[in-house]
Design a protein around this ligand. Structure first.
Ligand SMILES: [Ca+2]
Ligand SMILES: [Ca+2]
Length: 334
């Protein structure tokens, strides 16, 4: 009798264990959110096109209505960009924190359409808190030159702290570089729970506006755009700056939340200043001199210098000199 009870108890315990395990497995499966990221290359020269893309799936099914927060940091942990893309369409939800708009402005917030290079550019950002209580928010701006592709030149976190309920206006400023091209530029305003690299996610879709960079007196116009991506995917294409970029390892972080589940991923890539043979952060005559000494050499030759084989084809020749010339005068940020 005793034995029988014992045996039944074991059976019951086993059943309980199996059912618990099953429930746990179902719970785990119900919350499988997978975010991927990849870059088009693993190593980039200054000015090259960087494409970051990836997919978001929930239990293997593409998610077409989520926001993906993106941050790229350089080898000194300085941010190159902050962006927020969707995976098809923006989620149809009420944002706890919502960026209503970003407007190029003067320091009082009055709209203006152009900024002089070397001067401060101001941006009036209206942020609405719909949460009914103060929310802790990271607010960022990223500025791009609109060249053949958008080329980032400034990324800043201008506010970290609580945002009260209702609408709050911020007027952050950045300095337009002295050497900025005279072109149309674009600003993106984002709001995150924390920085994407620290697994923060976007509170809401980003807002953007364009403006003109001028040498002296001119005007331009505003435009807004909404990013649309293929279903379950996000794609970000940009050109790396062609000058004053930091060399070394970069990391692109992506972070999202979907139905209360978070997902995070990152990819790394390298940036090199092709032609900076002596690694003094500038491509100049001293690099050309080193290259000329190795001219005509192949591996094994006494004057072979692997660092001069800029196109990696096993010979130092005119094609390497052409690559060096293409970057002549360019400097790496130090
Ligand atoms: Ca050099
Ligand atoms: Ca070569």
């Amino acid at each position: 009798m005793k034995y029988k009870i014992h045996k039944n108890m074991i059976s019951i315990a086993t059943l309980l264990l199996i059912s618990l395990l099953t429930i746990n497995i179902e719970k785990i499966q119900a919350s499988t959110l997978k975010l991927t990221i990849q870059t088009n290359k693993s190593k980039f020269d200054f000015g090259e096109t960087l494409v970051i893309n990836g997919t978001l799936t929930s239990n293997g099914i593409p998610v077409n209505d989520a926001l993906v927060a993106i941050q790229i940091v350089d080898s000194s942990d300085e941010s190159l960009i902050y962006r927020t893309l969707n995976t098809g369409t923006n989620p149809q939800i009420t944002w706890l924190i919502e960026i209503l708009g970003v407007t190029p402005s003067d320091e009082s917030g009055n709209p203006i359409t152009s900024f002089k290079r070397g001067h401060h550019a101001y941006f009036k950002v209206s942020v609405k808190n719909n949460a009914g209580e103060p929310k802790y928010v990271y607010l960022t701006l990223t500025l791009f030159y609109q060249l053949s592709n958008e080329t980032p030149f400034k990324a800043v976190v201008y506010y970290i702290g609580y945002v009260p309920t209702g609408i709050t206006y911020f007027i952050p400023s950045v300095v337009i570089p002295d050497n900025a091209p005279l072109c149309t530029a674009k600003v993106y305003a984002n709001a995150y729970t924390n920085l994407p690299k620290d697994v923060g996610y976007a509170y809401c879709p980003e807002e953007s506006a364009t403006f003109i960079i001028i040498g002296s007196g001119a005007s331009g116009s505003f435009a807004e755009s909404i990013a649309e991506n293929p279903v379950g995917e996000y794609v970000l294409t940009l050109n790396l700056p062609s000058n004053f970029l930091r060399v070394g390892n970069y990391t692109a972080y992506v972070s999202t939340i979907y139905r209360s589940t978070q997902a995070f991923a990152y990819a790394t890539f390298g940036v090199v200043l092709v032609g900076d043979i002596n690694e003094d952060s500038i491509v100049d005559i001293f690099d050309a001199v080193i290259l000329s000494k190795a001219s005509g050499s192949r591996p094994g030759d006494p004057n072979w210098n692997e660092k001069c084989d800029l196109n990696n084809d096993g010979i130092i020749d005119i094609f390497d000199a052409v690559k060096l010339a293409a970057n002549a005068g360019k400097q790496a940020k130090t």
